[in-house]
Design a protein around this ligand. Structure first.
Ligand code: F6R
Length: 607
């Protein structure tokens, strides 16, 4: 995700802001910028690319002294990564400067209104509405102007604001995006995580949603959004720099799995309103989505598995047929694509060579390309007609975890949009959308069970083979579970539709070949149960994931992990962290580094 830092002191060199920003580089970003107060004005430097480039362009000013500064690393969500869209952003008077993490969902309405009353915008970002709103409310009181502006914002944010007329002051606030503030000797500091703070202090306050902080050289005050001051206590941090980068998690993979509830919030932001799915980005494709007979989808690896869930969902809930292909196969077959048809490309990186070549092939046949990716400005997005962004923030660990989860949610939203466009919307669609909106809370609950997953992983870590089985919606989950296990633990793991066992794979099973069964209490539960019994009678050990209303599965398995009960369609989402955590804990307990699996790269830009 984006990173924010801010520093107030009697005097410090601009270089300190750059050094603080460098501590946030591990989070991934595409542009960087800094704003500091000097001689009664705000100086802003920013550019696309690395903090190192910012350091170079600022070379002459690095030793300049200031009392107040903010800085930012941006991961593009609204507007391409370029110099203008980089933060900090300014108001019309160039006195107010803001850095922001998160997404302002109602920025289009706010921007239109602010333009009407004369504000001038220069970027494509959602963030730029914030300094202009503050400018609107400012009458000498910065804290109050920020508070009033925040009341107009819908969405999520962590912000830091400086004003040319208020040296020695930063106003910061958070809602749905982390922000930590700290008080050192004769300075105060803030950042979106602990790493930049550790140089100055170990005493920090983690702001809560709806809180606004006022930082001055010698004090930090925290207020509610109602303007009332709150009493906060400092937490003393004993983390090393290395563990602070990972927010205390041992590996990025574990951190990223634990970020999944936040990813659900981000991917849903601005996309559901009054009981309907809003996907403005694809409005030009609506006619084709309404009338086509089939929809083609291409993807690789984990993204292919999310596309398979999409196929089940759309076909079970509408009259549209969905053909899903592995990109490396699709691109070498004769394309049966007619001009005007849609090809959907799913790729978290937006750079995967085979998926890119597939969309080029389809484009040459006259197809419209709809891509789902996490990286704004990536090659696939530049060659697509429409793009839906995952907004999952950067994923550092090589194995896809939170991006898979975000793909699933976005594909369900796309599926529901198709259901609506084709006139297949019914009461069940309402219920599904409602359940999707309530996923973040349910998800926290699933993550709380990670100790159970760890103890089972420890028990099974020394097996050299695993067979994952599932039916219906459970089959893509089985494929993804097996992929996660093999890529980070190097244990041979294979996946089959459970009904296929008797056609060959069951011959492999025995005491040395355990089975991981994706077995929710859905319409196929009795079929799954009998498949499990077949495996059991070959003396295979069985681990199962099911839901907490399906205790009868316990009779036939060795170990079981429960998730909350939900709609049959949504188990692939709820079971995602379980298969990921299982693979993670096996790898960790084998002493392997799950963040850097051998032979693998985060983006596969060659065939
Ligand atoms: C597995 C994994 C890979 C990718 C695949 C496609 O954890 O990350 O299987 O899913 O290489 O990558 P994208 O989605 O970037 O096209």
């Amino acid at each position: 995700m984006c990173g924010i830092v801010g520093l107030v002191a009697d005097e410090f060199q601009v270089l300190e802001l750059i050094e603080a920003l460098e501590k946030l580089e591990y989070r991934g970003y595409d542009s960087a910028g800094v704003a500091f107060l000097k001689d009664g004005s705000v100086k802003v430097y920013k550019n696309k690319g690395k903090v190192g480039m910012l350091r170079e362009s600022l070379a002459a000013s690095l030793s300049e002294l200031t009392s107040t500064g903010i800085a930012h690393t941006r991961w593009a969500t609204h507007g391409e990564p370029n110099d203008v869209n980089a933060h900090p952003h300014l108001d019309c008077s160039s006195k107010i400067s803001v850095v922001h993490n998160g997404i302002i969902e109602n920025f289009r309405q706010l921007k239109a209104r602010l333009k009407e009353i004369g504000h001038n915008f220069v970027s494509d970002t959602d963030t730029e509405v914030i300094p202009h709103l503050i400018e609107e409310y400012y009458n000498g009181e910065l804290l109050e102007a920020v508070r009033k502006a925040l009341l107009r914002l819908e969405g999520s944010y962590a912000i830091a604001v400086v004003h040319a007329d208020h040296p020695g002051v930063i106003v910061a606030a958070r809602k749905g995006s982390p922000l930590v503030v700290g008080k050192g000797d004769c300075c105060t500091v803030l950042a979106s995580d602990l790493t930049p703070l550790l140089r100055y202090t170990r005493d920090v306050i983690f702001l809560e949603d709806g809180e606004v902080a006022l930082l001055k050289r010698n004090e930090v005050k925290v207020f509610g959004i109602d303007g009332l001051e709150r009493t906060k206590s400092y937490n003393t941090i004993n983390w090393s720099y290395e563990s602070a980068q990972k927010s205390g998690y041992k590996y990025f993979m574990l951190k990223e799995i634990n970020e999944e509830p936040q990813c659900i919030v981000s991917v849903l932001a601005g996309r559901v309103s009054s009981g309907k799915v809003i996907l403005e980005e694809i409005s030009q494709l609506e006619g084709v989505l309404k009338d086509s007979q089939t929809l083609k989808v291409v993807a690789c690896g984990t993204s292919y598995h999310s596309a398979l869930v999409f196929k089940h969902f759309v076909e079970n809930n509408s009259d549209l047929t969905v053909d899903v292909d592995v990109s490396s196969e699709f691109r070498y077959r004769k394309p049966h694509i007619k001009p005007g048809e849609i090809l959907v490309a799913v790729s978290q990186s937006g750079e995967t060579a085979d998926t890119l070549e597939s969309i080029r092939l389809a484009s040459r046949c006259g197809a419209k390309i709809l891509s789902l990716t996490n990286v704004v400005g990536s090659t696939i997005t530049r060659e697509s007609d429409c793009v839906l962004y995952l907004n999952a923030g950067p994923e550092i660990s090589v194995a896809a975890t939170k991006s898979y989860l975000s793909q699933l949610i976005l594909l369900y939203l796309l599926g529901l949009k198709i259901v609506e466009l084709r006139g297949n919307w019914n009461e069940k669609s309402n219920e599904l959308l409602d359940k999707i909106l309530r996923l973040p809370e349910v998800f926290e609950n699933v993550l709380k069970r990670s100790e159970v997953v760890e103890s089972i992983a420890r028990k099974y870590k020394n097996y050299r083979h695993f067979m994952y089985i599932g039916r219906g919606y459970g089959y893509p989950t089985a494929l993804e579970g097996a992929l996660k296990l093999k890529e980070i633990s190097y244990i041979h793991a294979t996946a089959y539709p459970a009904g296929e066992l008797k056609h060959g794979p069951i011959a492999m099973l025995g005491p040395e070949f355990p089975v991981f069964a994706i077995a929710p209490g859905d319409s196929l539960v009795m079929k799954m149960k009998s498949n499990i019994i077949e495996c059991k009678s070959r003396n295979a050990k069985i681990v199962a994931i099911t839901n907490d209303a399906n205790h009868e599965i316990e009779e036939v398995v060795d170990d079981v992990i429960f998730v909350n009960t939900t709609a049959e369609e949504l188990y692939p989402i709820l079971m995602t962290p379980v298969i990921q955590l299982f693979a993670y804990f096996v790898a960790d307990n084998l002493g392997l580094d799950p963040d850097k699996p051998r032979n693998l790269a985060k983006s596969v830009t060659v065939e």
